[in-house]
Design a binder for this molecule. Structure first.
Ligand SMILES: [Zn+2]
Length: 485
C-alpha cells in the first residue's frame, strides 16, 4: 500500500505486507522541506513552525452530500415548522403538571396533537413507521409534588437492513413559566422547546417515506423542565431492552439566533459534546486520563462526525462544537442517555435571549417577556433541522461503528497496531483516522481495506488514532477511540 507523507524512510517501510492485516508505511520519502506553510491548513500557532508529527494518510475531507440526503434537506419546510411551533404555543401551557385531559389547554392536549400528527406522517411509511406513547407514573420527587404520568410520543422508523441499531432525534414538549412549579400560567414555550419538537416532527414527516438502513426514533418527550424525566424514561427503557443506540441528539432552544444584547448569528448552531463519559467508572476515567483519551469520548466522536457530514454549503449552517456537557447552570435530555452509556449531544442556538425563556408572559418597563413564537426565526429552525437531518441520515445509512477497537501496547514500538471487530450494518472496509494530540478534529485518514487489523507507521505516543467503518455507498461511521488490548 502506497501512502504519502513526509516521514522517515527505510526501516519501517519494509514492515509493509509482513503481517496478517494491513500495514501502511512510508512508501515515498518526501523531502521535509517548505515547512512554513502547512499543506493541510493547520495554523502553525505560537511556537510551532511545521506539521508535527508527519505521518501517512490523506487529509480528511467532509463526506459528500449524496442525492437522497440533498432531497431530504430540500424538503425541510420552514412554514410547516412555523405552524408546528405556533400550534404548540397555542395550548396555553404545556407544563408537566398541567391538565392531561383538557382537550384545549395543557400538556395532555399537546401530547395528543403531536401523536396525531406523527400518525399522519406514519401513514406514508408503508407500515415501517409506528407511533407509540410510552408512559409511566413518576412518584413524588423534586419538582413533582404528586404522582404524575409522564408520556413521551415516539415515532419509530424501522431500519430496512439493520433495524437493531438505533438513532434518536428528540425535543421536549413540556414548557414552563418563571416559577417551575406553576402549572397554571401561560407558558408558550416556543423556543424552549416547541422548536426542538418541530424539528423531530419535521424529520419524521420527511423520512417516513424513505428507507434508512438503521432504525430512527423521532421523539417528543415530557418532564424536561421538572428534571429530565421523559428522556430518562426513554433512555432507561432502551437500555433495559438492550437496544444498541449509537447516537442521540436533543434539540433544545433552537428557535432563534438573536441574543438579549442584540448579537445575531443566524448561520451557527452549537453542539454540546461531553468529555469524560458520565457512564464510566473511576478506574475507566483514570485509564482515559493516562491514555490522553479525555477528548475522545463517544460523544466527542459524534460531534466530530456531525462536522464531517453536515456540509454548511448544503445546510446553510456552521456547527460550532462546544467541548462541554452543557451551558453553565443548565441541563438537557442528552444527559440521561450519556448516563446509560449512549453517545449523545445537544443542539442549542448560538446566542440566547433570557427574556424569552422560562419567563412569565408580561410587559415590564416596555419590554415584552415570555417565550413567544414572535421571537422565533423559522428559517433558522429549518437550518437546524437540516443539520439534524444530515447527521441522522448519514448515521443511519452508514454501517455501525466497529467494536472492541484496541491498540497493541504489549511491546515498545514506534509503529501502531490497531485491531477491531466488525460492528453491525455490513461495513465493506475500514479507515484509520488520526490527528496530533492537541488538535480538536480528525485530520488524516488511511484506507486500510476490508480487514480487522492494521499497522500504521506512526507512533501511538504522538497522535490520537481512531477506527471507523465504511459502507458500500461510501458512508462512514463515527470513529472509535482504541483502548489498550
Ligand atoms: Zn428546554
Amino acid at each position: 500500500m502506497s501512502i504519502s507523507g513526509p516521514t522517515q524512510p527505510t526501516r519501517r517501510g519494509v514492515l509493509a505486507g509482513t503481517m496478517a492485516g494491513t500495514t501502511v508505511g512510508a512508501a515515498a520519502a518526501l523531502a521535509p522541506s517548505a515547512q512554513a506553510a502547512p499543506a493541510d491548513g493547520r495554523s502553525p500557532g505560537p511556537g510551532r513552525d511545521d506539521d508535527w508529527p508527519a505521518g501517512p494518510g490523506r487529509r480528511l475531507r467532509p463526506q459528500p452530500v449524496d442525492r437522497e440526503l440533498r432531497a431530504i434537506l430540500r424538503e425541510v419546510d420552514p412554514r410547516r415548522i412555523e405552524r408546528t411551533v405556533r400550534r404548540l404555543a397555542a395550548f396555553g401551557t404545556r407544563h408537566t403538571l398541567s391538565s392531561q385531559n383538557d382537550p384545549q389547554r395543557g400538556i395532555g392536549a399537546a401530547r395528543d396533537w403531536i401523536a396525531e400528527q406523527m400518525r399522519g406522517y406514519a401513514r406514508a411509511s408503508g407500515g415501517r413507521m409506528t407511533v407509540t406513547l410510552p408512559s409511566y407514573v413518576q412518584e413524588p420527587a423534586p419538582r413533582i409534588p404528586v404522582p404524575t404520568r409522564i408520556s413521551n410520543v415516539v415515532a419509530r422508523l424501522e431500519g430496512s437492513t439493520d433495524p437493531g441499531r438505533v438513532y434518536v432525534v428528540s425535543g421536549h414538549y413540556d414548557s414552563r413559566a418563571t416559577d417551575v412549579m406553576d402549572a397554571e400560567s401561560d407558558a408558550p414555550g416556543a423556543d424552549d422547546d416547541a422548536s426542538g419538537v418541530a424539528i423531530a416532527m419535521e424529520l419524521a414527516r420527511i423520512m417516513a417515506t424513505r428507507r434508512p438502513a438503521a432504525t430512527i426514533l423521532f421523539a417528543a418527550v415530557a418532564g424536561e423542565e421538572q428534571g429530565l424525566y421523559g428522556a430518562a424514561f426513554l433512555a432507561r427503557s432502551l437500555k433495559a431492552e438492550g437496544v444498541d443506540v449509537q447516537a442521540m441528539f436533543t434539540d433544545d432552544i433552537v428557535g432563534a439566533s438573536r441574543a438579549d444584547d442584540g448579537t445575531r448569528d443566524p448561520r451557527s448552531v452549537r453542539l454540546f459534546v461531553q468529555g469524560l463519559p458520565s457512564s464510566e467508572s473511576a478506574e475507566e476515567i483514570e485509564q482515559r486520563g493516562t491514555l490522553g483519551g479525555e477528548n475522545d469520548s463517544p460523544a466527542r466522536q459524534l460531534g466530530r462526525f456531525v462536522t464531517e457530514v453536515a456540509d454548511p454549503a448544503a445546510t446553510g449552517m456552521q456547527v460550532r462544537l462546544v467541548y462541554r456537557l452543557d451551558r453553565y447552570l443548565r441541563g438537557g435530555d442528552h444527559r440521561p442517555f450519556l448516563e446509560e452509556g449512549y453517545p449523545a449531544a445537544r443542539f442549542t442556538e448560538p446566542n440566547e435571549d433570557y427574556a424569552h425563556q422560562h419567563q412569565d408572559v408580561r410587559v415590564e418597563d416596555g419590554q415584552q417577556y415570555g417565550d413567544l413564537p414572535e421571537f422565533c426565526d423559522f428559517e433558522y429552525i429549518a437550518r437546524v433541522a437540516r443539520v439534524n437531518a444530515a447527521a441522522v441520515w448519514s448515521l443511519a445509512q452508514a454501517p455501525g461503528t466497529p467494536v472492541d477497537v484496541t491498540v497493541d501496547t504489549t511491546q515498545l514500538t514506534n509503529d501502531t497496531t490497531l485491531t477491531w471487530s466488525p460492528g453491525t450494518g455490513g461495513a465493506t472496509s475500514y479507515e484509520v483516522v488520526w490527528r496530533p494530540t492537541e488538535e480538536p478534529l480528525w485530520e488524516k485518514v488511511i484506507d486500510v481495506g476490508d480487514t480487522t487489523t492494521a499497522t500504521v507507521d506512526l507512533s501511538k505516543d504522538n497522535v490520537v488514532f481512531g477506527v471507523r467503518s465504511v459502507g458500500p455507498g461510501g458512508h462512514r461511521s463515527p470513529a472509535v477511540f482504541p483502548v489498550p488490548g
